[in-house]
Write a protein that binds this ligand. Structure first.
Ligand SMILES: *[C@@H]1O[C@H](CO)[C@@H](O)[C@H](O)[C@H]1NC(C)=O
Ligand SMILES: *[C@@H]1O[C@H](CO)[C@@H](O)[C@H](O)[C@H]1NC(C)=O
Length: 228
């Protein structure tokens, strides 16, 4: 009797864990046509992290964004500029599980190693030449996959994996990216590690990176600018 009960308990816990992971880690399939996010939560329903508007009040503009043809300013230390179009600036994306980004690169501009914790991404190059890559998990030996992309080429960066894009040409480059989340998130590795607020204890980083503590101090003193 006790053993059978324990078995059911284990199953129930496993099911709960599954349900939790489905609702918290992935954008769920929508159960209605749309639910445009609202800024003012008064008299709205809460779903998937955003309050949503009465569908009767929705207009075409809730699903509209413009200006992605305008080149962004890439005069920053990285030489790149990412314009994300996600649920924060396109409210109609709420619960739909997609978003996009427009990326401008100056010559030799870099979109530095980063990950999107909630989204798989594919990138398509419109102009220029990008050297791009991603790294697999530790269990897979941190294998590196790279490709040089020319206009019309597409590469996929699987969810969560560290990836980068580098303009290896001496002209500007332009790319668009599609992501499998309304809010894929971004963690820029160097900035997150050395530019965290507050700072990570330098002893931790000296040991993790197996370098002198002075070098860690130097890196932590840099201004870690971002490109988005
Ligand atoms: C990206 O470009 C926009 C418009 O050109 C500019 O306002 C913004 O500061 C730029 N962002 C970065 C990080 O350089
Ligand atoms: C681009 O940004 C730089 C640095 O902020 C600024 O000096 C420059 O005037 C900007 N260029 C344009 C075209 O806005």
């Amino acid at each position: 009797m006790q053993i059978i009960k324990a078995k059911y308990l284990v199953r129930a816990v496993a099911l709960l864990a599954l349900a939790f992971s489905l609702t918290s880690a992935y954008d769920p399939s929508p159960l209605q046509d749309f639910c445009v996010a609202v800024k003012n939560p008064a008299s709205a329903v809460f779903v998937n992290g955003k309050f949503w508007n009465d569908p009767k009040l929705a207009t075409a503009n809730d699903f509209f964004f413009s200006g992605l043809n305008v080149p962004r300013n890439t005069s920053n230390p990285l030489g790149s500029n990412v314009t994300a179009v996600n649920v924060d600036n396109l409210a109609g994306l709420n619960t739909l599980g997609i978003s996009l980004a427009h990326i401008d690169f100056a010559p030799y501009g870099l979109n530095p190693p980063h990950t999107h914790p909630r989204g798989t991404e594919f990138i398509i190059v419109l102009e220029g030449t990008l050297y791009v890559g991603f790294v697999m998990s530790n269990g897979d030996g941190n294998r590196l996959f790279t490709k040089t992309l020319y206009p019309g080429d597409v590469l996929v960066f699987p969810i969560g994996l560290i990836h980068f894009q580098f303009n290896v040409g001496n002209t500007n480059a332009v790319a668009f990216a599609g992501l499998s989340s309304q809010n894929p998130g971004v963690i820029t590795i160097a900035k997150a590690i050395f530019g965290s607020d507050p700072k990570i204890n330098p002893d931790v980083l000296a040991k993790a990176f197996q370098v002198d503590k002075n070098l860690v101090g130097y890196l932590q003193k840099q201004f870690w600018s971002d490109n988005n």
